[in-house]
Design a protein around this ligand. Sequence first.
Ligand SMILES: [Fe+2]
Ligand SMILES: [Fe+2]
Length: 336
Amino acid sequence: MYTQSFSVSDEPGKALKPVASTEPAELMARFDARIDADGRIEPQDWMPEAYRKTLVRQISQHAHSEIVGMLPEGNWISRAPSLKRKAILIAKVQDEGGHGLYLYSAAETLGTSRDQMLDALHSGKAKYSSIFNYPTLNWADVGVIGWLVDGAAIMNQVPLCRCSYGPYARAMVRVCKEESFHQRQGYEALLVMMKGTDEQRAMVQDAVNRYWWKCLAMFGPPDADSPNSVQGMRWGIKRISNDDLRQKFIDATVPQAKVLGVTLPDPDLKWNEERGHYDYGQIDWDEFWQTVNGNGPCNKERLSTRVKAHNDGQWVREAALAHARKQQQRAMKEAA
Ligand SMILES: [Fe+2]
Ligand SMILES: [Fe+2]
């Protein structure tokens, strides 16, 4: 979901600096030529340090977003209204855990360790998508997260399947297929609620009202305030700008809202014949930065739940390691 990372530093209070290159000219020229030819960069290839750092930041922030993204919906597994919805939600939350694992693995190929990345997340140093720092107040939130949050994620992530870094691009192919299922299950759950009682319809509208603007902010700050996007695009990491992705998302979502029968909470939202796109109102960027910088309604709760889950799982990691060691010893004995 999560190209906001191009504009969000992991260092508190520090803006991302423009990239200065002091790399060897010949290697740099070869790297640039590969990028210009739309080729892939693989882990064993030479790459400029700034490219490596940018990818580590983006892929690890993306991985953290998948893992923390399990929490708001995970809260509803025990309260899902039927066995069918419970099974779907468990599968979806499990998918997000899988996405996190592919992405941590992709980031590890750049020379950073899983422990380093997890330490950065658990100490509050690393960022993750701001959308997961809002509460899930009613069952319709689960549907709206599928429809809008996973929908925004798809918009962001489909172009990442063509990212210049091979392991990231390949991980995204499967992630996107699963995100597409997530989006549809959310939309379908909302369609069912909209055919239900007035109270159910009000729950859906309430969830849409709370999530709409936050989903638009997920695409990151406006292009004019996102100078590093240009470098990301030059490197073939980012293919479409924040504002263009946001516009594509709005244009795709307005007709879906009509079919669903909900109102999107923006009085300025209207079709612009000349542009061939929907115009929309002002996003509250102050609120976005407040949340990114740790002051959203659920930042502290999400982080402490995540740290507790990690600590509670320590015995599983130890048991798995002990089992692997035993198997290795057995294999060596048989070979001797
Ligand atoms: Fe995901
Ligand atoms: Fe998802």
